[in-house]
Design a protein around this ligand. Sequence first.
Ligand code: SAM
Ligand code: DTB
Ligand code: SF4
Length: 328
Amino acid sequence: MSELNSGIRHEWTIEEIEGIYRLPLLELLGRANAAHRLHHNPNRMQKAQLLSIKSGGCPENCAYCPQSAHHRDVDLARGSLMKPEDVIAIAAEAIAAGADRFCMGAAWREIRDGREFDAVIEMVKGVRALGIEACATLGMLQPHQAERLAEAGLTAYNHNLDTSPEYYSRIVTTRDYGDRLKTLAVLRTAGIELCSGGIIGMGETVHDRASLLQILSGFEPHPETVPINALVPVEGTPLAGQPPVASLDLVRMVATTRIVMPASRVRLSAGRSNLSREVQLLCLVAGANSIFFGETLLTTPNAGTSDDMKWLSLISEPLEQSDVLSAA
Ligand code: SAM
Ligand code: DTB
Ligand code: SF4
């Protein structure tokens, strides 16, 4: 399908996107589901497992993040970079549990050349050698570093824009939106898939949510994966007191993302463990076709693997072949 007749657009306006977000709910879900089915197999769910390869002590001051060194009241031990052999062993376990992508996250502002980056390159090669997709999220990077990651076989790089350009300085002040955009452009040039999305529930407006989606949908091509996170409010971070995200806000955000970037993978990301099965299912009807899989995200709990596998089998297999009806 060519971009012209496939409904893929790069010039959505914020007003159009906000109008979609505010559609009557069943109209929104219907349109999102139709877009989803046009571009994807609705029975197929990507399962991406996260591992924090270096936790805490990050010099950035992202207000949502438990790993920032600025938030001293967070109860989190700083760790050093894990050893490649340990990371690769965990990736092998993730494959055995059913993951199809393995994502390695480091609490770094940016990649620095040297022993630690060499070790990450070894991790990427080792994970790819196991036959699974590899993703990394390591902060900002330079062109030569992106090229090394690409040569090592990295499939995708996660670098979120998080919110609108207008709201960004309320969330982070140690870097700006332009820094984020620059890293995304460097990754594209190196031929690495983009995984870029945001977080809802940080006090932003619907206009901010639409503005984030307008920037992401302006990329040509669209990011291959768009993670939609609901804020996980962590004690000791400046956003600890934010009210929980209303589940239908998350459903609306997923559906709107699906409509404006119909061919991208939309990932129902952080915050999933607080949702009932039924709300998660609504997010899938709205077009989510990827989840973070495994017992933990980076530092906070996720929905458990075995529960997920039972539930996902109900989605992708006919009822009569399922032996886990009681889990439904
Ligand atoms: N340091 C790198 C960076 O910022 O790109 C990589 C790791 S960072 C933890 C990856 C992403 O996790 C952030 O961009 C943010 O979108 C998400 N994140 C972090 N803390 C979160 C929280 N409490 N709730 C939801 N999402 C969160
Ligand atoms: C993304 O969009 N969400 C993930 C991942 N990319 C790296 C991280 C979520 C982190 C939630 C808080 C934590 O566990 O520390
Ligand atoms: Fe550091 Fe990334 Fe957390 Fe920001 S989101 S504090 S850059 S680990």
